[in-house]
Design a protein around this ligand. Structure first.
Ligand SMILES: *Cc1c(COP(=O)(O)O)cnc(C)c1O
Length: 408
């Protein structure tokens, strides 16, 4: 019989979102008339920017003509899109990123886990706690961990606690690690990283020859003009960081699929023979072998995000969600909740009332307010006692959810 990847058997069975689904379904069956509001899963709700739709419609038309047809595109993405991104997202902010350091993909969930393909065994790996579960689970699948303990933490990984006491900042570890996952603005806590904080990380990474995997999926939600949008705004980051970005959250591409990964050509890893190898070449080789690019139509849609029209439409989408976040923050603070995040990120991170754990609070809100959120403990042991509410919903639903929660 065919042998399976044993590492998959180490994954925890009660994965967060299926467990939420199970509890919500049980509640709905028992209370078929309940009108549930879902502020749980981090999917967007508003339609695509019209500029993107128009560009994709034009691309479909082109594809129906002899001259406009496109077959396989470059595995790295079309140059016109990579050039537009390099100019607008990086060069305009003073980051010296070239178009050919940008790889277009179908998602940063995939890229942030596929990146392990080009990294070896035996790296010391650090993640934050709470954390976007993909970073941890992809390492479990790749065999980089032992088993999970009773608190859900895997043997072999280093966890950096994000909590109210440290302002949800990822403190620089005392021990050297080789690989660090950072996500700012943060999912799930909504916390941000200042330039100083990222500079400290870059300094640490350079000192220990470590690689930072920086997930900037929420950079578009940054409101404070002093905060960095890219790790490449920090001097020296091109020697120690890879950045993941996505059009999922800013432009509503969660179902359309387009993202990008920046791998500077100056980045190096080391082979078993002690020789330096450049990571760009390995990733390029990986993509050419295992990936056949994002569809021409979708890449045209992504390009339109950077048009005059597209930019203003994306800004409106972001503002809309950030107004939701502010409503959530204000309403909950008014009735005495400790609230974090929601100022530069579409997530509000709430402290559950004293002596109530994350899942108890989940059940309480589900039953008393018919509102679905996400228990903080699902993102890691340090998330226990916290709860995530997402600003991705209609104004009507957000206001109604806040009316119900503040009433109880
Ligand atoms: C939503 C999200 C992404 C985006 O993933 P896609 O695959 O591009 O849709 C990446 N990182 C984090 C932390 C996210 O929450």
């Amino acid at each position: 019989m065919v042998k399976v990847n044993e590492n998959y058997l180490k994954l925890k069975a009660g994965y967060l979102f299926p467990e939420i689904g199970r509890r919500v379904n049980a509640f709905s069956e028992a209370n078929p008339k309940a009108d549930l509001i879902r502020l749980g899963i981090g999917d967007v709700t508003e339609p695509l920017p019209p500029a993107c739709c128009k560009a994709m419609q034009a691309a479909v038309e082109e594809m129906s003509t002899q001259n406009g047809f496109h077959g396989y595109g470059p595995e790295q993405g079309y140059f016109w899109l990579r050039e537009t991104i390099a100019k607008n997202d990086f060069q305009k902010r003073g980051c010296g990123i070239d178009p050919d350091e940008i790889f277009i993909s179908d998602g940063s969930k995939c890229d942030s886990s596929n990146i392990l393909d080009i990294l070896g065994e035996g790296n010391r790996i650090a993640v934050t706690d709470p954390v976007y579960p993909v970073y941890v689970d992809s390492n479990v699948m790749a065999g980089h961990t032992g088993l999970a303990g009773s608190n859900g933490r895997y043997a072999g990984l280093s966890y950096i606690a994000l909590n109210a006491a440290n302002g949800f900042q990822a403190e620089i570890p005392n021990d050297p690690v080789d690989l660090i996952y950072l996500c700012f603005p943060n999912n799930p806590t909504g916390a941000v990283a200042t330039k100083q904080h990222l500079s400290d990380w870059v300094e640490y990474a350079k000192k220990h020859d470590a690689l930072i995997l920086f997930d900037a999926a929420y950079e578009a939600f940054i409101q404070d003009p002093l905060l960095p949008h890219s790790i490449f705004e920090i001097d020296g980051a091109k020697d120690c960081a890879i950045e993941f970005r996505s059009f999922s959250k800013n432009a509503g591409f969660t179902g359309t699929r387009c993202a990008l990964t920046v791998i500077p050509k100056s980045l190096k890893g080391i082979g078993l023979n002690g020789e330096e190898v450049d990571l760009w070449s390995l990733w390029n080789r990986r993509q050419c072998t295992k990936f056949n690019g994002v569809s021409y139509i979708v890449q045209r849609g992504a390009q339109a995000i950077y048009s005059l029209e597209g930019r203003s439409q994306v800004n409106s989408l972001v503002s809309f969600y950030m107004e939701n976040a502010e409503i959530i923050r204000n309403q909950l603070a008014k009735v005495g909740f400790e609230v974090y995040g929601g100022k530069n990120a579409p997530y509000v991170w709430i402290k559950a009332p004293e002596n109530i754990d994350s899942w108890e609070f989940f059940d309480f809100l589900l039953q008393q307010a018919n509102v679905v959120g996400t228990p903080g403990s699902g993102f890691g042991a340090s998330g226990e006692g916290f709860f995530r509410l997402s600003a991705f919903n209609s104004r009507e639903n957000v206001e109604e959810a806040m009316r119900r929660i503040t009433r109880i």
